[in-house]
Design a protein around this ligand. Structure first.
Ligand SMILES: Nc1nc2c(ncn2[C@@H]2O[C@H](COP(=O)(O)OP(=O)(O)OP(=O)(O)O)[C@@H](O)[C@H]2O)c(=O)[nH]1
Ligand SMILES: [Mg+2]
Length: 240
């Protein structure tokens, strides 16, 4: 049987992006479906996706009551995907920072790896377009820091464009995942790596959003600073 792949896209106030993004994803490969996890966006993103989903059986939506964070949105999406036996499960942002045209490359790499990560910082290169220098430095420094503390053998620890094989997510205790912002990405990479799975990075070009508003906050940065130490500690005491 052909494999089925689900692209999970969390949204908060992404109405102008999401209605363009969904068709741009679906056209890449006939195996792809989309699950939008919307947190009651005040701009009406959820209602727009409902309309698209009604007209297209490859589009699905989960509505949550309010802004509950990126990490828990993905966990809800992962559970939904596992219940429905998708073979491949993607994480992808709604704001076109992640180019849908790269999806076929992920699909072919997923034959050789358990987790395919779209990497902005591979081979000493920085593939980021239109970020202010301050944001780039923050992200780059955060990566060096996270790698140093956790030992993760990947260049882009906070990458948010990736593809898991189903068995990877099945083998992780999703209810134990604690972080919600950028740290969520580090924590997932760490848990997958510690389980002995094969992580592979493919280069992507990350383009800053042109529509909608950033949800980046100091709280998200603080969470990541502490979380890497917690991950290291949990791994030492055998909790991960
Ligand atoms: N469901 C849900 N989605 C969220 C939440 N926070 C962010 N998102 C979505 O997660 C994705 C990544 O968030 P972004 O705000 O783009 O984060 P970023 O790329 O680090 O920062 P900017 O692009 O500068 O905003 C986007 O699709 C957001 O709409 C949330 O609390 N709940
Ligand atoms: Mg973004």
């Amino acid at each position: 049987m052909a494999s089925r792949a689900l692209v999970i896209v969390p949204t908060y106030n992404e109405r102008f992006n999401i209605e363009r993004l969904i068709p741009a994803i679906l056209v890449q490969d006939s195996s792809l479906e989309v699950l939008v996890v919307d947190d009651g966006s005040p701009d009406g993103t959820g209602a727009i996706v409902d309309e698209i989903a009604q007209a297209n059986p490859r589009v699905h939506v989960i509505h949550r009551s309010g802004k509950l964070g990126l990490g828990t949105a993905y966990i809800a999406g992962f559970r939904w995907a596992l219940e429905r036996k998708y073979d491949l499960i993607f994480e992808m942002d709604a704001d076109f920072s992640h180019n849908p045209e790269t999806l076929p490359e992920f699909l072919s790499m997923a034959n050789e790896a358990d987790l395919v990560i779209g990497s902005r910082y591979q081979n000493g290169r920085v593939n980021v377009v239109n970020w202010p220098m301050s944001r780039l430095l923050l992200s780059y420094a955060a990566n060096l820091y996270a790698r140093a503390i956790t030992g993760l053998p990947i260049a882009d620890t906070t990458a948010g464009f990736k593809c898991f094989r189903r068995n990877v997510l099945e083998s992780i205790d999703l209810s134990a995942v604690k972080s919600n912002g950028y740290a969520f990405q580090i924590e997932m990479h760490f848990r997958v790596w510690k389980r002995g799975f094969r992580l592979v990075e493919i280069p992507i070009i990350f383009v800053d959003r042109t529509e909608g508003v950033s949800k980046m906050s100091k709280k998200i940065v603080r969470e990541a600073i502490w979380m890497v130490w917690r991950l290291r500690w949990w791994s030492i005491i055998g909790r991960i």
